[in-house]
Design a protein around this ligand. Structure first.
Ligand SMILES: NC(=O)c1ccc[n+]([C@@H]2O[C@H](COP(=O)([O-])OP(=O)(O)OC[C@H]3O[C@@H](n4cnc5c(N)ncnc54)[C@H](O)[C@@H]3O)[C@@H](O)[C@H]2O)c1
Length: 270
């Protein structure tokens, strides 16, 4: 038996037009899974589907917003009608807002509470609501896996990104809580885990980490100094952990957060 065979899996990916979600979706298609892209804007979704069709015809997509329960429920019924099951949900939609961040010449007292709430809404409820809606379908078969995207910001204070850090810390807790709930109530076929990427250049953090000429900002350099492997991650370096968590190779693994971080979380900085 090939423990890593995922070719019969129906895998949903939110944030699938983003840097990490898009990379994950592409990799899963290359490994013969059926991948359903979820995105809240039609034009980029169609563009991504067309690009991925060159890799595999097992790609499909639906427009839905991860913070709108009704929109997710409509998509869940369409997916169940078409495929009859959902094996895996990868919650890769997420993001930050300038107002929820402490700017270079600001302090915590300048943080915009409304924008803070919007960041929590997207990063926390944007994973919780899809987990409830699609997880309910998995629970009917007592089989399924949910994978959340945590962050290095969940565990220790990373300056400036206050709202984002609070929501990712809550994601770690939600991952553990939901893993216990689903295993206890629906059995050992239901798993919930997370990956915590270190620093990858994405759309959200590009301006914080790199200058227009491609050199690193002071913050970018500080991160590199605190990453023993001495570099940022490449999006495809998440694929191994994701593949493991999607596959039968991790069938007794639930409630964990796997750091993929070049050693950042292990290092004291000294
Ligand atoms: N890039 C990194 O270094 C890094 C590090 C740690 C964690 N993460 C996390 O990984 C995940 C993906 O990050 P990324 O770098 O690919 O970001 P990204 O901005 O490239 O992708 C996020 C995607 O989510 C989509 N999205 C935003 N709001 C949405 C909504 N309401 N409904 C549906 N989709 C919505 C965006 O349009 C975008 O396509 C995020 O949760 C992020 O916090 C990223």
């Amino acid at each position: 038996m090939n423990l890593f065979n995922i070719e019969n899996k129906i895998i949903l990916v939110t944030g699938s037009c983003g840097v990490l979600g898009g990379g994950i979706a592409k990799y899963l298609l290359e490994n013969n899974a059926t991948v359903i892209l979820l995105h809240y804007k039609e034009a980029p979704l169609l563009e991504t589907i067309n690009t991925f069709k060159k890799i595999s015809n097992k790609v499909a997509g639906y427009v839905c917003n991860v913070v709108e329960e009704k929109s997710l429920q409509e998509v869940a019924s369409k997916i169940m009608d078409t495929y009859g099951k959902i094996d895996i949900l990868i919650n890769a939609a997420g993001g930050n807002k300038p107002g929820a961040t402490v700017g270079p010449n600001q302090s915590v007292f300048d943080v915009d509470v409304e924008q803070f709430k919007q960041v929590v809404d997207l990063n926390l409820f944007g994973s919780i609501i899809p987990s409830l809606v699609f997880g309910k379908q998995m629970a009917k078969n007592k089989k399924g896996a949910i994978i959340n995207l945590s962050s290095m910001a969940a565990d220790r204070a990373i300056t400036r990104i206050m709202g984002y850090s609070a929501s990712k810390a809550a994601i770690d807790n939600f991952t553990k809580w939901m893993s216990v709930e689903l295993a206890q109530k629906y059995g050992d076929g239901m798993r919930v885990n997370a990956v915590a990427p270190g620093f990858f250049i994405g759309n959200q953090n590009r301006a914080l980490l790199t200058n227009d000429d491609g050199s690193y900002t002071d913050r970018g350099n500080t991160i590199i100094k605190n990453t023993p492997m001495n570099r940022f991650g490449e999006a495809d370096e998440l694929n191994g952990a994701i593949h493991y968590l999607c596959s039968e190779a991790s069938k007794f693994v639930t409630g964990i957060v796997i750091p993929v971080d070049g050693g950042f979380s292990a290092f004291s900085g000294v």
